[in-house]
Design a protein around this ligand. Structure first.
Ligand SMILES: Cc1cc2nc3c(=O)[nH]c(=O)nc-3n(C[C@H](O)[C@H](O)[C@H](O)COP(=O)(O)O)c2cc1C
Length: 443
């Protein structure tokens, strides 16, 4: 057990994604109550009071974002659920879309009412097949039952939802490029200000929230902000969906109460590191969050992990973040240089090319790490990688280049010896291994 549950509080069955099953769990009663009894600003007030932080990566308080939108300003407003889920290691929004898409849809109705958003979108990554099929079926069911469309439940409130499939670009998960993509333009991020809540989709006030963030809203409104605040920690209320993969016995998606013991989660709930090996490092929230390890100041070893709690503040305190909730366990014996090579190839491929430091920097970093891994590295390459990473910081429109830089710096800070060894000996300290093999018994 990983603490109290908000989203995974039902048994998954072959039909738990259907409207019938959702209604059986008390579904769509919250939106009925909201439309009957609450004013839009009451809903926003409750979300502000709940303290829920965004689950898409930056942990920005959802209520504060919404407060920028005035539901009575007479303009069209838009609400977007970000289901792009492109951050490597992250597959938790997928769980909601596959097993309880109506939780998202009902929560979107609640949000749309608060924001006076007549039109809403779910921007879903193109590669998602089953999640798309289930979401599209849920949308049809919800329309047929009168939860979307004109005059919902006789309240006078009307709302439509469109499911928009992306074409597989990581950068289109970034909120402003996502909007460009919906508008039919190339998925380029754009500078702020103006904020998207002031000028977003089609130049109108727009709220973009992550699928998990939004999916919590129906529960918050049904139970009240006070009850929500009793779950989790004072600074990080609620729960987190964590997708865990890599060298772990029981990979998958877990709902974990904020403040839960990290040691219990990894070693009991997830069964520990694969083949009984020791934990070498942990990527806590998608590859864009800084790797944590036993080396250096930001300590996280199989032993010291015991003292760490799973919440935003605890991770910020050790110089990383819970990010997108995509946790990757890395066993002893893994080649960290090879792992960084895989990551830098990804960032290089996904850089949209708009900002010079990211376009050129990702290419340089990728070529340098390729050179190191192939045994052609030069001693100055390590500092060159650090220089490129630091130079990116704050010089680009979106966070892609920054994140790649932070990730690279953390890898080098913690595992500099592995980079130096590979350059000097022209072979990896760990045989260039990424997979976790079982121990071979001595013959
Ligand atoms: C390169 C890049 C990719 C991103 N990809 C996603 C994504 O796949 N899903 C997501 O929810 N947020 C993603 N984000 C964050 C969004 O820009 C935005 O902050 C988020 O959707 C807001 O939702 P939240 O406040 O509920 O977390 C990405 C950001 C960057 C810079």
């Amino acid at each position: 057990m990983t603490g109290r549950k908000i989203l995974m509080n039902f048994e998954v069955t072959p039909d738990s994604h259907t409207l019938g099953a959702y209604l059986g769990r008390g579904g769509y009663q919250t939106i009925a109550k909201v439309l009957r009894e609450m004013k839009p600003e009451d809903v926003t007030k409750e979300i502000v009071a709940s303290g829920i932080q965004g689950r898409g990566g930056a942990a920005f308080p959802a209520g504060r974002k919404w407060q920028v939108v005035d539901p009575h300003d007479g303009q069209p407003h838009f609400l977007i659920a970000n289901a792009d889920e492109g951050e490597p290691g992250t597959f938790k929004d997928r769980w909601v879309l596959e097993h309880s898409p109506h939780t998202l849809l009902e929560s979107m109705l609640v949000a749309a009412y608060a924001l006076a958003a007549r039109h809403t979108f779910v921007y879903i990554r193109g590669e998602f097949d089953q999640p798309y099929t289930r979401l599209a079926a849920a949308v049809e069911e919800a329309y047929a039952a009168g939860y979307f469309g004109e005059n919902i439940l006789g309240s006078g409130f009307s709302c439509d939802v469109y499911v928009f499939r992306g074409a597989g670009a990581y950068v289109c998960g970034e909120a402003s490029s996502l909007l460009a993509s919906i508008e039919g333009s190339r998925g380029y991020p754009r500078n702020r200000p103006p904020r998207l809540t002031v000028k977003g989709l089609f130049q109108r006030p727009t709220v973009v929230n992550n699928v998990e963030t939004l999916s919590n809203l129906a529960w918050i409104i049904a139970h009240g902000a006070e009850e929500y605040r009793k779950v989790g920690t004072p600074k990080s209320p609620g729960t987190r969906l964590i997708s865990i993969s890599g060298h772990i016995q029981r990979p998958g998606v877990y709902e974990v109460e904020m403040g839960y013991s990290w040691a219990k989660f990894l070693h009991e709930d997830c069964g520990g590191v694969l083949h009984g090996r020791k934990l070498k490092a942990l990527i806590p929230g998608g590859i864009s969050s800084q790797v944590l390890t036993g080396h250096g100041a930001k300590v996280l070893t199989a032993d010291s992990v015991d003292s760490l709690l799973l919440d935003h503040q605890a991770l910020w305190d050790v110089g990383s973040s819970l990010g997108s909730g995509g946790m990757i366990a890395i066993a002893e014996g893994t080649c960290m240089v090879r792992l960084l090579q895989v990551m830098l190839r990804f960032y290089h491929h996904e850089s949209c090319g708009q900002c010079t430091p990211c376009r050129e920097g990702m290419g340089w970093a990728h070529r340098i790490i390729d050179r190191i891994v192939s045994g052609e590295g030069r001693p100055e390459d390590i500092d060159r990688l650090l220089h490129i990473s630091k130079f990116n910081d704050g010089t680009t429109i979106c966070g892609l280049g920054d994140a790649a830089g932070y990730a690279t710096i953390a890898f080098i800070e913690h595992f500099r010896d592995e980079f130096e060894y590979l350059i000097e000996h022209k072979r990896s300290k760990n045989d260039g291994r990424l997979e976790c093999l079982p121990e071979v018994a001595n013959a």
